[in-house]
Design a protein around this ligand. Structure first.
Ligand code: SF4
Ligand code: SF4
Length: 160
C-alpha cells in the first residue's frame, strides 16, 4: 500500500517534469553556445591543423616531409639530376589527405617552411580522388596568404 501511495504522489506531482523545467530555467538567461554553422564561420584555435598546403615554388624536393610521414601520405618526385643542380622544385608532389591524420610531423622537418597546415577544415567529399592532391591541385600561394591572415585574425580575436 505505501508503494501504491508513493506512486500516486509521484504521478500527481511530476517530479521529473519539475526537475527538467528547473534545468531549462537555469540555462534560460545564460549566453547561447550553439554555433550557427555554416551561416556563421567558426574561428579556429591558433594551432588548428587543417588541410595541408605546399608552396611548390620554395620546396626543394628534399623529401624530409615524405620520410617523416608515419602514414606514407606524401610522395615527392625530384627533377632529373642535371635540372636539380639549378632548379630543385619538385616535378610532382602527391599528398593523400584520405590517410592523413593531421599529425604535423611533415611540417616540422621542412627546411624551407614550404609545407604547413591551413585552417581549412571542410574536406568532406563522396569521391576518394578528391583527397589525392598533386602538383596541379595543391593550391598554395593564395592559401598561404589566407593561412597567415587566418592566424592573424585568431591572434587578434583571442588576444594570443
Ligand atoms: S600531417 Fe602527418 S599524416 Fe598528414 S601528411 Fe603530414 S606527416 Fe603525414
Ligand atoms: S620537406 Fe619541405 S622542402 Fe622538403 S620536400 Fe617536403 S615540402 Fe619540399
Amino acid at each position: 500500500m505505501p508503494g501504491a501511495l508513493h506512486r500516486l504522489v509521484r504521478m500527481m506531482t511530476f517530479p521529473e517534469l519539475a526537475s527538467g523545467l528547473g534545468v531549462t530555467f537555469k540555462w534560460f538567461h545564460k549566453p547561447k553556445v550553439t554555433e550557427f554553422y555554416p551561416d556563421k564561420r567558426p574561428v579556429l584555435p591558433y594551432r588548428a591543423k587543417g588541410r595541408l598546403h605546399v608552396d611548390l615554388e620554395t620546396c626543394i624536393s628534399c623529401k624530409m616531409c615524405e620520410r617523416a610521414c608515419p602514414e606514407d601520405c606524401i610522395k615527392v618526385f625530384q627533377p632529373p639530376k642535371e635540372v636539380f643542380k639549378t632548379d630543385k622544385r619538385p616535378v610532382q608532389f602527391f599528398i593523400s589527405l584520405e590517410h592523413c591524420i593531421h599529425c604535423g610531423m611533415c611540417v616540422d622537418p621542412c627546411p624551407t617552411g614550404s609545407i604547413h597546415h591551413s585552417q581549412e577544415f571542410e574536406m568532406a567529399s563522396y569521391l576518394r580522388n578528391d583527397f589525392l592532391f598533386d602538383k596541379t591541385t595543391l593550391p598554395y600561394d593564395l592559401d598561404v596568404k589566407h593561412f597567415k591572415q587566418g592566424i592573424l585574425e585568431n591572434v587578434v580575436e583571442k588576444g594570443q
